[in-house]
Ligand binder design. Structure first.
Ligand SMILES: [Zn+2]
Length: 100
């Protein structure tokens, strides 16, 4: 018997820049550089500009910062200010992701 086609469910996948895994959009944050070069997390995924996807896991965020992958994807420098802001965005109080 032939294997069934795998394309039954069309879940749009995006590549995480940190772990290089394809994930569902719901598992990723979109980080966007607006036309006026402001880098921020695009929670609603509706901001204009160049975007990059990173898991909603602070480990992946740290990785893309460390490896410069985010800077390359967005074609901009990631300043400490931006890093702080992104980190703060990841640590959302209402969903506080507690890891030990
Ligand atoms: Zn990841």
């Amino acid at each position: 018997m032939d294997t069934a086609p795998k394309t039954e469910k069309k879940v749009p996948l995006r590549l995480c820049l940190g772990c290089r895994e394809m994930k569902q959009k719901s598992e990723l944050f979109r980080i966007v550089k607006s036309p006026d070069a402001i880098v921020s997390i695009d929670l609603k995924r509706k901001k204009p500009g160049r975007g990059a996807y990173v898991c909603n896991d602070i480990k992946c965020l740290n990785k893309v910062i460390k490896t410069n992958a985010l800077a390359r994807a967005l074609k901009t420098k990631i300043s400490e200010e931006i890093i702080n802001e992104l980190t703060a965005g990841y640590i959302k109080p209402e969903e506080s992701i507690i890891e030990s």
